[in-house]
Each structure stands twice: as C-alpha cells, then as structure tokens.
Design a protein around this ligand. Sequence first.
Ligand SMILES: Nc1ncnc2c1ncn2[C@@H]1O[C@H](COP(=O)(O)OP(=O)(O)O)[C@@H](O)[C@H]1O
Ligand SMILES: [Mg+2]
Length: 514
Amino acid sequence: MFSKIKSVGLLGLESYMLDVELNITGGKFSIEIVGLPDTAVSEAKERIMAAISNSGYEMHMTSHHTFNLAPADVKKEGSVYDLPMAVAVLSATKQIRGDYKESVFIGELSLSGTVKSIKGVLPMVIASKEHGVKDIYVPFDNCEEAAVIDGINVYGVKSLKELVEHINDVNKLKPVEVKPFKHYELPDYLPDFKDVKGQFEVKRALEVAAAGGHNVMMIGPPGSGKSMLAKRIPTILPDITVDEALETTKIYSLSGNLSKENPIINYRPFRAPHHSVSPAGLSGGGTIPKPGELSLAHNGVLFLDELPEFTRNTMEVLRQPIENGTITISRAACALTYPCSVMLICAMNPCPCGYFGHPTRKCSCPKNAPARYLSKVSGPLLDRLDIHIEVPPVDFNQLSDREESESSASIRERVNKARKIQLERFKGTNVTCNAKMTSSLTRKYCVLSETASKTLELSFEKLGLSARAYDKILKVARTIADLDGAENIENKHILEAIQYRSLDRKFWKADEEI
Ligand SMILES: Nc1ncnc2c1ncn2[C@@H]1O[C@H](COP(=O)(O)OP(=O)(O)O)[C@@H](O)[C@H]1O
Ligand SMILES: [Mg+2]
C-alpha cells in the first residue's frame, strides 16, 4: 500500500514543498523514517501510533511502514510532519476518502490525538500559496497567524479526529476568515514623549531619525535621560507597511514568538538586548540557526544601551548586517540568511566617570579617557551611525516645569507624513527610507541648493568633518527637508544635519591624540 501527502518545509525563511511518502508492506510491525530526519522527526512514530489509535482509527499491526520525506537530501527538523504522516497512514489504509491529495498538512500531534501549535506557520502558508496550493490544514492555535493571507483556504485543526471527519464529509470545517491588516493601536499606558521635560534638540533629532530610519548615537552624562528617551522611541516610529509587517511576522513565526492574541507583528519592533548578550544571541544561532535579536528587530529598532559595555565580539557581529540589512549564519548543517533592516539606536556616557563635558560637574577621568572610552566602540560601528546627539543634563527649572511637552502622537503625525513621501519616492525599489538610500539614489535625490552646497563645503573645512560624514549628512538633510515638505535640500536643512555630527566635532577629534 502506498500514499503520498503534501506538506511544506522551511530552511530559515526559504521554503520548499515536501512530500510525505508512505509504503506499507507485509511482515513484522515496524516504522522507519528516511529523508534526513532529526530526532524530533524520528520520534514522530510514537506520537503517530498513539494519536491514531486514541482517535479511534487503526494502524496495520502486521506491516512494515516506510516513510520517506522528499526531497531526501534536505535536513528536516521538528514535529511539523506528525500530521501529514498520520494522514498518510489513514490514506494508505483507506480510512479517509475525499479530496485531500492536493492539500498541505502541517502540525504536531499529541499522544491523545490533538493537534499542537508549531513554529513558522506564516512562512509555510505563504510558501504554499506561492506554489498554487488551495487548501492548507494547520494547528488551530496557529490559524490566526495565517488569517492575513488572502487566496488560500486555511483550516485550523484541533484534533486528528476533527480533520478526518472533515475530509470524510462527516463534520465540515470552515476556513479561517481573512482579516484585513490593521495597524497596532498604541495603548495609553505606554511611556510618552510628553513626560520628557526640555531636551528639545534631542527630541527633534529623534524625530528626524524616526522619519528617515537613521541610526543614532546618544551621548551624555548619567541621569540625563538617554534611556528614558530611547524607551519612548516606539511611540513615534512611522506606521509599518503591510509588506514590512509580513516580513517581520515571518521571522517571529519562525522563532515561535507569536501568540494567538498577537498573531501578526503590526508595529515596528523595538528590541533592547542587555549588554551581556552573546554574539549568537544577536546574530542568531542553533544547529539549524534561528533568528537572533538583530532579525527580531527587522523593520524596527535595535537599542543598545551603554554601548561600550558590549563586548568587542558582540559589536563586531553588528557591522556587516547593519550595512547590508541581512545576516548570514553559517553552521555545519547549513548557512541561512535572515533579513535585519534595523534602525540602530545606541546610548553611552561620554567617559568612564560619565561627566566629560558636563556644564557643572568636573570629570574625574585622566586626560584622553573620553577618547579611549569611545574607542571601546569599534570604529566601523561608529561609522554606521548617521546622527550623533549630545544629551545634556536637564536643569532644575525645566524639570520642575508643570507644563506638558509635545505628545508622541503629535510627533508621530509628522514622522508618518515624512515617511509617506519617502515610500512614494522609492516606489519600485527595495529601499523604504532615506537612511537606506544607495549612493546612486543619494546622488539622484539629495540635490542641494547653491547656498546649501557652499555651507557643506565650508563646514568640511572649518569643522574638520571626515569623509565618512559626507553621505550621512546628505541623507539626514534629505529627511529634514521631507519633514519640512521641501522638494530640494536647502541651507537650513544642511545646517541642521551638520549639527547632528557631535562625535566628529567634539569627541572624535580627540581620538587622533590617543
Ligand atoms: N528630561 C527629563 N524629564 C523628566 N525626567 C527626566 C528627564 N531626564 C531625566 N529624567 C529622570 O531621570 C531618570 C534617569 O534617566 P535615565 O534615562 O535613566 O538616564 P540615563 O540613561 O541618561 O542615565 C529618568 O527615569 C527620569 O525620571
Ligand atoms: Mg541609561
């Protein structure tokens, strides 16, 4: 007896269609699984046997069962194939009839026959749709994840029995209703920019960064509010687009970070790993590598507080991915690439004691300590920061001011407007914001007025700005012009962008004296 059931496999975010083949021949009872299964796949035999008998169906106890998971040369992992394997048994033994040969099945079985949730359902549903599959059966607890996908019938299955009764036309299931994409509504209890007194320049810089997706370094003494400001960034980020949301949700689905209550990542993620995070924690890891913090922040923010406290190895991991927007993790089993287009926000004190450049307190560090402290951060990483802002301590008058500052909602409105201009500008390319412009796009869209061009030239000479600053200033100026609704980059836009290079102007130059 032979049967063939369709399923779908994942290698990272790459997917492939998979056939579960079963051959049953006479002899002693046994089950064998071939096609590079890992331990979890091999253990499926125990679950399938128990699930089938506890659901009231039968296995041939006097036959030899051979399962082949094709293509046979790709490593299979996890318990995803329990369900298609059980269906293959019921199909070969003619316990199910009906139209199921072109459908895809994924799900883990418990010994009692219930279908348990699995990781990666969204990318698997998308892949099946792309391969022209019409019906897919997934664990009931995962079906909400797939509800945003149009053009494929997704059935949420609670148990093997329920599935068999559906296929046998005894009790029909209904496909999940497609839900239109909705943006996450920020709850009122989130920290808001209106709680931050003073710090107008810093807030403006963060608004510019959010609008254009620019990487930021905040540098200032302890207690000046760096962490407080960073915590509020999610409330001013531009709305995530549908495509971005799906990409990010795929990563969360794969790493098992979705719940029934939050089946889709409809907001820009904000990840703030502690400085003790390992390089693999950032990049992703495992035998078949899973996404790390960098990828979990895809299309959102990666916040590194107290940057010099991160180990050098951890910082090195960031270098390429921040530049390329993707990270490739190589392991013995395979090399996988995950997207990680993030806005990097870093915060640090200016020196070990924290008071270098403080208006009232004296810095107790030896000479050159600030430059040496900064040099703990790898140069190439600093290179990738577009906006550097000094966060000065707030004075008492501002702190005791009872008036509320501008709210996050009102800042976000401007950010959204500026981001819409960018989405329109870069339509048809895979660039979504000014910070990610390639050099040819920068040349095309960062046209300077004559005075702006002169100002930039003069500042290079006067302030001794480095070549590394040039492109960054242009891109940031483009965002400032967008916030202003201006077609061309004018003098005031360039001037503001130059303001955001305090490391070049104040801290970096000291670096040459080390
Ligand atoms: N501008 C400000 N407005 C209101 N409170 C502030 C401000 N700056 C700092 N604070 C207060 O000081 C605390 C410490 O700030 P924090 O963000 O931890 O500083 P840092 O990270 O720079 O060391 C905050 O939790 C907040 O209560
Ligand atoms: Mg802090």
